[in-house]
Ligand binder design. Sequence first.
Ligand SMILES: Nc1ncnc2c1ncn2[C@@H]1O[C@H](COP(=O)(O)OP(=O)(O)OP(=O)(O)O)[C@@H](O)[C@H]1O
Length: 313
Amino acid sequence: MAPSIDVRAVHKRYRGTVAVDGLSFSVRPGEVTGFIGPNGAGKSTTMRLILGLDAPDSGEALVNGVRYASLRTPLLEVGALLDAEAVHPARRGRDHLLWLAHSNGIPRKRVDEVLDQVGLASAARRRAGGFSLGMRQRLGIAGALLGDPPVLMFDEPVNGLDPDGIVWIRGLLRELAAQGRAVLVSSHLMGELEDTADHLIVVGRGRLVADTSVAELLAKASKDRVEVTTPQRAEVMTVLANAGATVTVSGSDAVTVEGLSGDRVAPLLTEAGLTFSELRRHRATLEEAYMELTRGSVEFTAVESATAEGDVR
Ligand SMILES: Nc1ncnc2c1ncn2[C@@H]1O[C@H](COP(=O)(O)OP(=O)(O)OP(=O)(O)O)[C@@H](O)[C@H]1O
């Protein structure tokens, strides 16, 4: 099936800053694709380029095979929440959606449907200026859903949502993908994406760092690591280190072993007469896998800012 979003060799520079540096990836229907990377990696810029809000210096970004600018009723093709603050504060929530619907020939009754869907029906006649950040997020999501589009993009949609809202958006993203839509979502919350995303596009300094399924990335990061629970931690560490493994302490009675498979660890410990109550494959979290992947592509680090402060003094 043709990808729903196709980013091809896109470059974008703002004066001295290269925001996107030859980025290519695609987003497929029926999946939630997480778009992740450190601050300043170029995620929001890429989303703006896909939506035609900015033009690439070279390369192209296509939605359903065409440039956004050539879509006649864009809200029917792609819905997006980029900036929840983009609503005029004097405008009532419902009026904002009515205006959007009118501009794309969408029937008025759809406005009430999406207001219900995002849980804003009771607040819809209030002015957006009085909305909390979470309510503005929900209004932005309502706008994205208005045209019932096959492609959706959300830039940090859980930002400002309370725990109930976070659970709700997780369910919504999964539901949209299960309906066959392509969903691209940026987030800094790895725990959220681990539960929600099927696929990941990882960027650093405007470049592609990884284009991988979540399952594949976690399997790779977990590879060759085994967790051993034992009352004889020191002895276990010695035996396994002598067998060539890298062994680190992971709890008062637990170690993580790298470089030896579970099949080899168990007989080594048994032969040495050591006891262990549990031996299992270490399952990396998305957070761990992500930190490993993006090491070296983090633009703004605590060390750099400390140096900058030091320069001032
Ligand atoms: N309009 C602009 N003018 C100048 N520089 C810009 C502009 N938009 C983005 N940049 C720069 O481009 C780089 C990428 O920014 P972008 O907002 O796309 O990153 P991001 O991955 O979305 O970051 P974050 O996770 O912090 O939201 C940054 O260095 C940013 O300062």
